[in-house]
Design a protein. Structure first.
Lengths: 339, 132
């Protein structure tokens, strides 16, 4: 399969759609949809069965990686007082991607911001979460913007697809959140590779396999109005399939009002506080959902001018940004993928 | 036939001592019949004047270059608004500036899209927790 390398134009591909089946359920605090394209002589029943099986796997992975369940693998690791913590394969694999995302985005994507995230939601919760006696966010994070946290606050030891050992400073607590959603979407899509095409929608982060002669149309939700879309991507297949990832990050859904004003959930690791940004929402098209999610989050945290510069150089296929003044901007190479 | 040269600058050689155009193999040294007086130099005033003018022009150019490079990048950035994406009509390509402190990156462009599209897709990418 080819990542983002179609051989047919969108219009031609869209004229030959495959039959599709979809499994809808709830996971990760939102909607989970597993779409499967049925081969021209394939069985719809088999496609439905695989979609349901993958949805079940997604819910299992999400249950291991959530911060909302004290019994999850993630929160058990967070609560472990040791400096070296054994982790099982699913958490090890997600953390491995989290470490890669730090490298990819220059540290803007940071999976160790649990306390800062909780402090943004509720200062009282931040103190009690992730173990007693841990250092507060302000004691660990630099006060000045532009200075990212010291490197090597944690690292993962272990081989691929195996359990691992997390070496960490004692005050490190993980929050995988969007990092996990993109990773889960990609991993779920890989389980459907015997079908000519598939799409996994993990609460807005999408992993897509588009078959030759087929195309997926995916809208970008407008956060200002229900049912309105800012743009529609058309993602055609290629001779050996094409892989895409689409993810959206933003500050307009998870917002809270505190004594010091409005807060949101996207933490700037340079300050340890909700990012000050003029990007309301960023959508990125890349070869994988996990990469798209990482770049979308980076774009929001950096703000419009910084985001456009970084995205222009990033290994992505396109990006659509909604600015706080209402403008919808795209990096130029995006337009070839738009309806 | 002897070659005639300026009389004041060169003494006429002995007739028929060399064929026309043949080089003389005799050494030239003071007192010999082949000794020539020093050629008259051109008036140096014009050359000195041109040299001075060229020097002044070079110095002026150097001063301009040094003064230009002494302006820090942050100052250049501060002359532009933080967000320099121009407000234009739909589909237009608009330039923007991306300048970090102490660094001037080449300008690239963004494309402004319509606020929303009439085409609607059944699958949407969205912020986490948002309704599709």
């Amino acid at each position: 399969m080819t990542a983002g390398a179609p051989v047919r134009g969108p219009a031609e591909a869209a004229s030959l759609p495959l039959r599709r089946t979809v499994n809808r359920s709830q996971a990760m605090g939102g909607d989970l949809e597993v779409h499967v394209a049925v081969a021209r002589r394939g069985s719809v029943t088999a496609a439905e069965r695989d979609a349901a099986r993958v949805a079940s796997r997604v819910r299992a992975w999400a249950g291991r990686l959530t911060r909302h369940d004290p019994a999850s693998e993630l929160m058990r690791a967070n609560a472990d007082p040791r400096g070296v913590v054994p982790v099982r394969p699913t958490l090890a694999a997600a953390l491995r991607w989290a470490a890669d995302a730090v490298e990819l985005t220059g540290g803007i994507v940071d999976a160790t911001l649990l306390r800062e995230r909780l402090a943004a939601e509720s200062p009282a919760r931040a103190a009690s979460a992730a173990g007693a006696g841990a250092a507060t966010a302000s004691s660990r994070r630099p006060a000045s913007p532009g200075a990212l946290a010291a490197p090597a606050a944690w690292r993962l030891e272990g081989s691929l697809h195996r359990s691992g050992l997390v070496h960490r400073q004692p005050d490190i607590a993980f929050d995988l959140d969007g990092v996990a959603k993109g990773w889960i979407a990609d991993r779920a899509l890989a389980l459907l590779d015997r079908h000519p095409g598939a799409l996994v929608d993990a609460d807005g982060d999408l992993a897509i396999h588009s078959a030759e002669g087929d195309a997926w149309e995916v809208g970008v939700a407008d956060p200002r109005a229900s049912g309105v879309q800012l743009a529609v991507f058309v993602l055609p297949g290629a001779s050996r399939g094409a892989l895409y990832g689409l993810a959206t990050s933003g500050i307009s859904v998870h917002r809270w009002t505190g004594p010091d004003g409005e807060r949101h959930h996207l933490i700037d690791p340079r300050t340890g506080r909700p990012a000050t940004t003029d990007v309301v929402q960023a959508t990125v098209l890349a070869a994988t959902a996990r990469a798209a999610e990482a770049w979308a989050k980076t774009a929001v945290v950096l703000g419009l001018v910084g985001a456009l510069g970084v995205l222009d150089r990033a290994p992505i296929l396109g990006a659509v940004l909604l600015a706080s003044d209402g403008r919808v901007l795209a990096i130029p190479r995006t337009t070839r993928w738009l309806a | 036939m002897p070659i005639r040269t300026e009389r004041s600058a060169r003494r006429e050689p002995a007739p028929a001592s060399h064929p026309v155009g043949a080089p003389s193999r005799r050494p030239e040294h003071p007192g010999s019949p082949f000794t020539r007086p020093a050629p008259r130099r051109p008036d140096p005033s014009a050359a000195r004047l041109a040299l001075a003018a060229g020097g002044i022009a070079t110095l002026s150019a150097l001063v301009a270059v040094i003064a230009g490079s002494a302006v820090p990048a942050s100052t250049v950035a501060s002359t532009q608004p933080a967000n320099t994406v121009a407000s234009t009509s739909n589909g237009a390509t608009v330039p923007y500036g991306y300048i970090q402190s102490g660094q001037a990156a080449p300008a690239v462009v963004a494309t402004q899209l319509a606020p929303s599209v009439p085409v609607q897709a059944s699958v949407v990418t969205r912020q986490s927790g948002a309704r599709p």
